[in-house]
Write a protein that binds this ligand. Structure first.
Ligand SMILES: *Cc1c(COP(=O)(O)O)cnc(C)c1O
Ligand code: SF4
Length: 346
């Protein structure tokens, strides 16, 4: 299993003063940093939404309350590299590197730590585990970024998975269309489409990440018959307002990417400066619903601590009075709905 090569920028060169440079090195000692050349080009000015996502910040070190693994992924790992939380789905961590080390990453403890991809031996034991568990119907390749593997290694993983009869669906979670769009080649797409059904969930967080290059990458993938979804993380100072989020979600549809999840930040150590109150996410969902295409509205989810699973949050909970439900619509009107089922004559 081998990685592709990925050119990155020198982050200290971006820093304008000595103080920033000194802070930078103390953060990087704890949490690795990398910014691909493609992603660095999206920075318009220091401190903007792209900068905040990829440039180390001293705040990362001023957050020691949270756990490095709040979702208990380590304890839900029956063999190294595999997370098995839900009966029918498993996550296979094939890579621990990415073109960009996002500062808010939920797997901050894992990414960039050592540069080796999952070893053949570890892959074989993960595949043996999946093979021995017929309940697993959906395997999510994650990491790190699975598309950091070269085409030969990816082909190996995919053909081994496809050889397991009960694995119906293969999903790939990747931020490569955003952070390294040139990785998405016709060769890669031609290879992926041999393993259908393959789904890709990508990861756009801001409208400035929708560029001619990322648009082209998504079009190539979609033209290969791969349904594209998107997982956005709700990030303070990046996308935690209605205008940015509405623009992002509607433009994603235009590049054939269907918003899937809006994630409340996990309680991961080193990410506190990005966290928003849940009320912010609920406000955004309320604003999207009814005022944007329904297809542009993602599920706003909290991934519960302790590996207890993802729970969708809705802005207006159901109220009940006997047979009557009171539901609040997108205009904020409280509407009664009669919850009665007529018994039909036999
Ligand atoms: C999110 C997640 C999945 C996939 O969940 P879906 O809701 O099916 O997208 C599977 N396993 C783990 C451990 C996860 O965190
Ligand atoms: S691309 Fe994904 S896995 Fe990699 S650092 Fe960013 S959020 Fe984490």
């Amino acid at each position: 299993m081998r990685y592709i090569t990925c050119k990155s920028i020198s982050i200290p060169d971006l820093m304008t003063n000595r103080h920033d440079k000194e802070n930078l090195s103390s953060v990087i000692e704890v949490y690795p940093a990398r910014v691909s050349i493609s992603y660095a080009k999206l920075i318009r000015q220091p401190g903007d939404a792209i900068w905040k996502q990829c440039i180390p910040d001293i705040s990362e070190l001023h957050d020691d309350i949270q756990s490095s693994d709040p979702l208990a992924e380590t304890s839900l790992s029956p063999v190294p590299g595999l997370i098995h939380r839900y009966p029918d789905r498993a996550v296979l961590l094939v890579s621990n590197c990415c073109p960009v080390y996002c500062r808010f990453c939920m797997r901050k403890r894992h990414v960039g730590a050592g540069d080796a991809p999952l070893s053949r031996a570890a892959l074989d034991s993960a595949l043996a585990y999946i093979g021995a568990n017929p309940a697993i119907r959906d395997v999510v390749l994650s990491g790190g970024d699975p598309l950091m593997l070269d085409d030969t290694s990816l082909h190996h993983v995919l053909s081994k998975l496809r050889a397991i009869n009960h694995v119906a669906v293969i999903r790939i979670g990747t931020r490569v269309p955003v952070t390294l769009p040139e990785r998405v080649s016709t060769e890669l797409c031609g290879m992926l489409k041999q393993f259908h059904p393959v789904f890709i969930n990508t990861h756009f967080n801001h409208p400035n990440e929708i560029t001619p290059e990322s648009t082209r990458a998504c079009a190539l993938l979609a033209d290969s018959g791969i349904p594209l979804g998107n997982q956005t993380v709700l990030l303070r100072g990046v996308n935690d307002n209605i205008e940015t989020m509405r623009c992002l979600m509607t433009r994603l549809l235009e590049i054939r990417v269907r918003p899937y999840y809006l994630h409340q930040m996990d309680l991961v150590r080193g990410t506190a400066h990005f966290r928003t109150p849940v009320s912010t996410g609920l406000e955004i969902i309320r604003a999207l619903r009814g005022f944007s295409s329904g297809m542009a509205v993602p599920n706003y989810v909290i991934d519960l601590p302790g590996g207890k699973g993802k729970v969708p949050l809705l802005p207006d909970a159901v109220e009940r009075d006997g047979d009557t439900l009171y539901l609040t619509n997108y205009l904020g009107e409280r509407i009664a709905y009669r919850d009665v089922v007529t018994t039909l004559p036999e």
